[in-house]
Design a binder for this molecule. Sequence first.
Ligand SMILES: Nc1ncnc2c1ncn2[C@@H]1O[C@H](COP(=O)(O)OP(=O)(O)OP(=O)(O)O)[C@@H](O)[C@H]1O
Ligand SMILES: [Mg+2]
Length: 291
Amino acid sequence: MLELRLPKKTPPGAEQADPPGTAAELDPSLAAPAEDAPPAREVVRAHGINFFYGQHQVLFNVEVTAYEREILALIGPSGCGKSTFLRTLNRMNDTIPGARLEGEVLITGQNIYAPGTDVIGLRRRVGMIFQRSNPFPFSIAENVAYGLKVNGLAKKKGEQADVVERCLRATGLWDEVKDRLNKPALALSGGQQQRLCIARALAIEPEILLMDEPASALDPIATGRIEELALELKEKYTIVIVTHNLQQAARISDRTSFFLMGRLVESGRTQAMFTNPQRKETEDYITGRFG
Ligand SMILES: Nc1ncnc2c1ncn2[C@@H]1O[C@H](COP(=O)(O)OP(=O)(O)OP(=O)(O)O)[C@@H](O)[C@H]1O
Ligand SMILES: [Mg+2]
């Protein structure tokens, strides 16, 4: 049983349950920024998302916003549509036969489902890290440099080595692997492989990182490193992370969106949501009554 709840107190303006329109209305915690804090810039805004696998609708009118330099956690029971939703943010569902989306996803203001969208360019801006790390059967250095090649960003040899080093340093791997850059990536430990995949994603300089349970296959130490890494990366990137681990959401995310059976139940500051959820369903979930 989780012990995430503190005594109830309702912050002013947080009573509103049914979200009407603006970001602040959707998420009352955004309504009153600290006095001299600049307004947060919306980086991702998913609006009115319905999603169907054939006849089967799995997302219903979902509204989610993510802001610059924050970690947004997506939580909810298995099968509620978290991964499906995450994949709508860089059009990874496009290739699934019979899949259909209604609504729009704005990435820094542009609807990525508008006709004529450069989907390859989009996936460069919105990188993805999967639950199971998926290094290619190449060397460590080649894995990091891979995205440069396929995206036509190939650099001169020296420059490429710089990118490899920068990305391996950014993921805390450099000291662990600098003497074996040309050795197979598949010889690394699970946690190292996952950090390598993050390094590979960083090499193509995304703005947003989507992570689908990136640590769920890892031991607690490797998980801790991924969490530390996410906290470092949010200084530069917007991160949207799916997690089943509520303590993990509590430790690292700034805001959380709670999904239930394809619907968004509640979004808000993680601390506030976990201590003072606005909806009964959220409370039941975070106190371990279901899920
Ligand atoms: N490729 C697919 N084809 C058909 N149905 C799918 C497909 N992928 C997911 N679904 C269905 O869509 C619903 C949402 O699945 P999704 O994987 O998005 O949930 P989730 O919240 O990520 O679950 P989990 O926590 O178990 O990963 C489920 O009913 C699932 O069976
Ligand atoms: Mg999933």
